[in-house]
Design a protein around this ligand. Structure first.
Ligand code: NAG
Length: 566
């Protein structure tokens, strides 16, 4: 054969000595690479990235390697979180980190275990993962304690299950920890759960009920969702996040099962937002709350903060997850970009210099009917990371500048408190007056804080939330600037110092309080997102930049990685 002959006549073939050396070198290099691979099985992406997608910073020149000691400290925090739960509350939804008690507020399936599993995979905590998988395989999702919240159940449980399958499918879970048959059982659980949740969407517009009874399949409302139109049970009104944060999970479920109905359900659920008949004066942004029966806004709240946030997040992430051939992708991109520019023009606000603090910071407020509210929540600190992600993917330099300025604002809320952790909500004096800013410092304490830092806490708690460190993770991976890693370390060190409790990591009652001892300063609650998101994003920030690369993975609003679909 000509091909064979050509090979035989090659330079290699003519000089047996040099070809032997080359062969030896190849064997040595291969053994070394195999060794590296087994040493750290999490460091690979298995070529899942979509051609042409370059989100992460490209020229690392060696600076993208793991910061081993910091990564290990975060991993230790995960071990503490896991083992105290394992010893004291195994199988319950969450542990109470101060008392060692437990809570069953997420229907009793073991929310912590399902929500934290993808963090265990990425960190390579295999003993812990093996225990978690044993529990997960035995869950019965057809029975629920109490009414089910379709939104929370989708992002924590359904997203958590699907992420395990995704990570397994690219080879990131060792076969001796999870076998193929068990992987099928987990996907089966996801299908069961999605089918049990399906009746929540049986409304005229396909928007979900805020609660669902698993025994009867009946949608339910609660007093918190009574619409203003009609104080009755049968017209609940919800924020855009509740109807606009299931499409990533359902799109992945469609890919894994081949069943298109999941994606169709989620497309209908957010259609009243994406294809809204009720135009707002601000492109891309929707008014809320929204009546689930008519799709009509019954209030005039417009913002990117809690309750609205992940609708905007999923517009962008759907364009990253799904291939460009998917219908509607261009429209989702337009909606996201419009909404981000509307946020910039209408809701972002620079703080005025304060008596003892001359710096100005950029924050994002909220619109409530005709009033501008100079008020931001920690939840809205997801926006810098998400907008930065969009700026890279959509080639929008203005959004990059905007996102990084917002991130600096979020950091300021952390660095200006004595604990070095930011409050749940805060206000500022706007530099450019909205005629009559809604919030002004009133109490002596608020005045002191405002004088010292230009902001004052409205709700001074820290609830273990991830949004600030989540945005730092995006900033580090996308810009490659080491200061974002340092900021993440400052935040983690503060959490380690102030939140670490006997049975996990507690919430803080007041981030300005460094006087109270132990139990006094703590709130005895640890939400599953502490392990699913806060610790995951912190660890990923110190891990090698190739681990769970943004060129291959899309993180859900609960921090669960999904593969980009080619
Ligand atoms: C959860 O707390 C209850 C008391 O509130 C206790 O009886 C139960 O044993 C605890 N569960 C676990 C798994 O420790």
């Amino acid at each position: 054969m000509p091909g064979f002959r050509r090979w035989g006549k090659s330079k290699l073939g003519r000089n047996p000595e040099s070809s032997f050396k080359l062969l030896a070198a190849i064997i040595v290099i291969t053994l070394y690479l195999l060794f590296k691979e087994f040493q750290n099985p999490t460091i690979r992406d298995r070529g899942t990235s979509r051609p042409g997608v370059q989100i992460q910073h490209a020229q690392w020149n060696g600076t993208g390697k793991a910061h081993e000691s910091r990564a290990e400290s975060v991993r230790d925090a995960m071990r503490h979180t896991f083992w105290r739960y394992r010893e004291n509350a195994w199988g319950c939804d969450d542990i109470l980190p101060v008392s060692g008690g437990n809570s069953t507020s997420r229907n009793g399936w073991g929310a912590f275990i399902v929500d934290s599993a993808s963090t265990l995979v990425l960190m390579g905590l295999w003993d812990e993962l093996a225990l978690s998988l044993d529990h997960i395989l035995a869950i019965d999702f057809t029975q629920a304690k109490d009414l089910v919240d379709p939104f929370e159940t989708t992002i924590r449980y359904l997203g958590g299950l699907l992420s395990i399958v995704e990570l397994y499918d690219v080879g990131l879970v060792p076969e001796h920890i999870l076998q193929r048959e068990a992987r099928h059982v987990i996907l089966g659980h996801a299908v069961t759960l999605a089918e049990k949740l399906a009746p929540a969407y049986d409304t005229p517009k396909g928007m979900p009920w805020p609660r669902l009874d698993f025994d009867t399949g009946q949608g339910e409302s609660t007093p918190a969702f009574r619409s203003r139109n009609d104080g009755e049970q049968n017209h609940p009104a919800i924020g855009p996040a509740r109807t606009g944060s299931s499409i990533l999970e359902h799109r992945v479920l469609t890919r894994l099962t081949g069943d298109a109905t999941y994606t169709q359900k989620s497309t209908s659920a957010w259609a009243p937002l994406v294809w809204s008949k009720w135009k707002t004066p601000w492109a891309g942004m929707v008014d809320a709350p929204i009546d689930i029966m008519t799709g009509e806004p019954v209030g005039r709240q417009r913002h990117w903060d809690g309750g609205h946030d992940s609708y905007y997040e999923y517009l962008l992430k759907m364009t990253l997850l799904a291939p460009p051939s998917d219908p509607h992708i261009d429209l989702y991109k337009k909606r996201f970009t419009d909404a981000a520019f509307s946020l910039r023009s209408h809701l972002s606000s620079r703080s005025a210099p304060a008596a003892e603090h001359y710096m100005q910071h950029l924050f994002i407020g909220r619109q409530n009917d005709r009033r501008y509210e100079n008020h931001q929540g920690h939840l809205a600190c997801f926006a810098p990371g998400t907008i930065l992600l969009a700026s890279k993917y959509y080639h929008q330099p203005y959004l990059r500048t905007f996102a990084l300025a917002l991130l600096e604002g979020c950091r300021h809320t952390y660095t200006s408190t004595p604990t070095k952790i930011g409050p749940e909500t805060w206000s500022w004096v706007p530099k450019f007056s909205y005629d009559d800013p809604l919030f002004v410092p009133e109490t002596a304490r608020q005045k002191t804080e405002a004088r010292a830092s230009g902001i004052w806490a409205r709700e001074p708690a820290y609830k273990g939330r991830p949004e600030y460190v989540e945005s730092l993770f995006y900033a580090w991976r996308i810009t490659g600037e080491p200061r974002y890693r340092d900021w993440a370390w400052e935040a983690f060190s503060a959490m380690e110092k102030h939140c670490k409790a006997p049975f996990g990591y507690a919430q803080l009652a007041d981030v300005y309080d460094v006087q109270s001892e132990g139990g006094e300063k703590w709130v005895d609650v640890q939400e599953s997102f502490w392990a699913a998101e806060t610790l995951k994003y912190l660890w990923l920030t110190f891990a090698d930049v190739e681990v769970a690369s943004l060129d291959s993975w899309v993180f859900t609003t609960e921090g669960h990685p999904f593969r980009m679909i080619r």
